[in-house]
Ligand binder design. Structure first.
Ligand code: DGJ
Length: 728
């Protein structure tokens, strides 16, 4: 049993293998947070709610209610009644007043977990997860608030979500509905987030939590290149192997806020949810609003354990694709090879050479439809450009298949070019504020996915193409953020629903796609990695990590991404040099070793690269065939970080039974004394002995982890090594 209720003391408790989460009720029925941390083995107690200390609880001392509200550790704080910390829930009544207060009514505990209407959400069997649903009510507004908690014991994960039901007779305006709050006493917390830019996504950033509010967020309509819906609060001195970590990750692909707030009482409130900016929702009588899910984890063993909790959780309970545990095809994508300048013959020449090198799939990227010869036209016109694809798409696919490769294709379904047939027919389908020229980005506008007929058009445009030929893979791209948030479909009072309705539209489209084409390998993408989040993983087992394919830039991008997401989800390709984003040249071998930590593929003109590089491809293909399972299914250990040390990077993947460990080392810069560097490895059994493949060297796991391993013979910047240790 993972969930218990102690009726006498009014305490709920959720246990995972290594953590415990405790909730208590005040005499009035406020739902309070008692504890989250290392697994408790004895009964939990409620004194940490401090209800015996002044300021007394309202039932004892109504005069000091505001002081109580501003102090009490709330599970789901509501706004407008006297808790001046960040609220999670703001609701405005018909008279225009904002304020709500919720009290415990009842609860339900059940094995398993229910889905969330219209939203991606984690899942598990009755043996894997147990759920607590606490029903609270605002008796004045007749508003029900369901707080859901699911405990995934093995992965040390607690998921949370919130569902609001209007049981009253007035239409209420939900102005803020976050998904989770964690009120804790400050432990000199430091805040870890993932931040970046286009071609620099998800770099790890750490800072002190100071008084006041500090946050990361997106109001761009997607998760964004710049900030990420992940936050960890860590105790001082936390590193990969030690320290306490409280982390939240949001299963959502639109606007978000993740915030930590240190208060006058030295408590810290951590919240996460849909950003309140430009959000409101009209909740009519009997309507329900479902807020997206948060994935919480606690690690008492540093960031490494947090990472492995998340990796296991997303692999076991979020990704549904049949490819999850399968070898992904080694693909070659023509984007950096040709950009828009290709035709059937060019693609076939790439396919022939790729086949000769052992590559398994050709992906045709942007530019195959409408009149699209540059990025300023044709989005929305999903008809094959037969001037480029002479003989049509089916002919091309058949030829590629005949060569012996699978075929994949690129779409950007959510967009519309002002220079397109679709726009000329349906200008009202673009998101826009009437009377204002909508802002273009990459010469494109965004389709209004709140409109049912737009969803149907978009879906059919994609599906017709997929039904027309033997297509095994789709890259679903999205190349601009949202702006000018106006819908000619929604009424005046519902315009602020557009951001969320847009995300629901994206989810509905992808759900239809994976339902009709269950064997399709779907890769999400957004101008590189602007929509890399757990929500998208529910539909696609892999996401393009970044448009920056430079091996050295990728070290930091992939380190940050792998802090939370499994290596099997990170789209990573070997591209040509000088690199198209940063102009750097790195050895072909290093590019291969870095891409091996992701889905592995190529993004170059294989007919034009040097003979020396091309000759290495069959060897890299063998390397992928040898290690793909270990990398996809194994435990990831971050060993050294170039971001921190500015000289080298190192990570390892260990099989679940620790019988084999693959270590990747990248020597980025600088001299090494005596040309060797000692690295303390992780992921081994201390008592076991390991052979280093290709040598007659044998090491104990203990020596490798406590003493270290010598990386020797290092000469030349940007070089890399792969070490495969096998238990004797
Ligand atoms: C952005 C993607 O990240 C690239 O890989 C490529 O598909 C381009 N879009 C095409 O427009």
């Amino acid at each position: 049993m993972a969930v218990y209720y102690d009726d006498k003391n009014k305490i709920f408790r959720l246990d995972t293998e290594k953590s415990t989460y405790v909730i208590g009720l005040s005499p009035e029925g406020y739902v309070g947070h008692i504890y989250y941390g290392a697994r408790l083995y004895q009964e939990a107690a409620g004194y940490l709610l401090r209800m015996d200390e002044p300021p007394y609880t309202p039932s004892v001392n109504q005069r000091e209610k505001s002081a109580f509200l501003d102090f009490f550790p709330m599970e789901y704080p509501t706004g407008g009644v006297g808790d001046y910390r960040e609220s999670c829930f703001n609701v405005r009544n018909e008279k225009g007043c904002m304020g709500s207060e919720i009290f415990y009514v009842s609860h339900e505990v059940y094995k398993g977990k229910r889905g969330l209407e219209g939203l991606p959400a984690s899942f598990g069997t009755e043996d894997e997860v147990e759920t607590l649903e606490i029903l609270c009510e605002d008796p004045i507004l007749k508003l029900q608030v369901y707080l859901s908690y699911s405990a995934f014991e093995k992965e040390n994960i607690i998921t949370r979500s919130v569902r609001i039901v209007n049981m009253g007779v007035q239409t209420l305006k939900l102005e803020k509905v976050y998904s989770a709050c964690l009120d804790m006493d400050d432990e000199k917390f430091r805040m870890l987030t993932l931040c970046g830019a286009w071609a620099r996504e998800r770099h790890i950033q750490e800072c002190e939590v100071h008084y006041g509010k500090q946050m990361v967020s997106s109001a761009k309509g997607e998760t964004s290149h710049q900030e990420h819906p992940f936050m960890a609060l860590v105790t001082p001195g936390t590193n990969q192997v030690q320290g306490q970590v409280y982390a939240m990750n949001f299963v959502y692909s639109g606007n978000f806020i993740a915030q930590a707030e240190r208060t006058q009482f030295d408590s810290v409130r951590m919240v996460m949810g849909i950003h309140q900016e430009e959000f409101s929702w009209n909740l009519k009588p009997s309507d329900t609003f479902q807020a997206p899910e948060i994935v919480l984890t606690y690690s008492g063993e540093g960031l490494g354990q947090m990472t492995r909790n998340y990796h296991d959780f997303y692999r076991n309970h979020m990704i549904r694709s049949p490819y999850l545990h399968k070898k992904r095809p080694i693909l070659i994508n023509n984007w950096e090879a040709t950009y828009f300048d290709f035709d059937t013959e060019k693609l076939l020449s790439i396919a022939r050479e790729a086949k000769a090198c052992g590559i398994e799939m050709l992906v045709m990227d942007d530019g195959w439809f409408g009149e699209r010869n540059s990025d300023d036209s044709s989005l929305g016109d999903w008809t094959v450009n037969e001037k480029k694809l002479q003989g049509g798409l089916r002919h091309l696919v058949e030829e590629v298949n005949a060569i012996g490769l699978d075929f994949g294709i690129w779409f950007e379904p959510e967009m519309i070019s002002p220079n397109s047939e679709l726009y000329r027919r349906h200008p009202e389908w673009a998101i826009q504020i009437p009377g204002r020229e909508p802002t273009q980005s990459r010469s494109q506008l965004v389709l209004d996915l709140s409109r049912p007929e737009v969803l149907d058009y978009v879906y059919e445009s994609v599906a017709v193409i997929l039904r027309s030929a033997n297509i095994s893979y789709v890259k679903w791209d999205m190349n601009r953020q949202l702006s000018d948030m106006g819908s000619t479909y929604l009424d005046k009072d519902s315009q602020q629903e557009l951001f969320h309705r847009y995300v629901l539209g994206v989810y509905a489209l992808q759900e239809r796609l994976v339902t009709e084409f269950p064997n399709l390998l779907l890769e999400n993408c957004s101008g590189g990695g602007a929509r890399f989040d757990p929500g998208m993983l529910y539909y696609s087992p892999q996401i393009w990590c970044s448009d920056d394919t430079d091996a050295i830039e990728r070290l930091m991008i992939q380190e940050g991404t792998a802090l939370v997401y499994p290596l099997s989800t990170m789209g990573a390709h070997i591209s040509d040099c000088p690199n198209h984003s940063v102009g750097r040249s790195t050895p072909f071998e290093t590019r291969g070793h870095v891409a091996l930590a992701g889905t592995f593929g190529y993004e170059l003109d294989i007919t034009k690269i040097s003979e020396q590089d091309r000759r290495m491809i069959p060897e890299q293909v063998r390397m992928y065939h040898k290690y793909h399972e270990l990398i996809r299914e194994g435990d990831y250990y971050r060993i050294a970080s170039y971001r921190e040390n500015h000289t080298h990077d190192c990570w390892a993947v260990s099989s679940r039974d620790k019988k084999e460990v693959l270590v990747t080392y990248v020597h980025v810069l600088g001299n090494v004394i005596a040309h060797s560097r000692k690295i303390k490895l992780q992921g081994f059994r201390p008592e076991a002995r390991y052979c280093l493949e290709g040598t007659d060297l044998v090491f104990t796991g203990e020596m490798l982890m406590q003493g270290g391993f010598l990386i020797s013979g290092l000469r030349g910047d940007y070089t890399s090594r792969l070490y495969h240790f096998i238990m004797e």
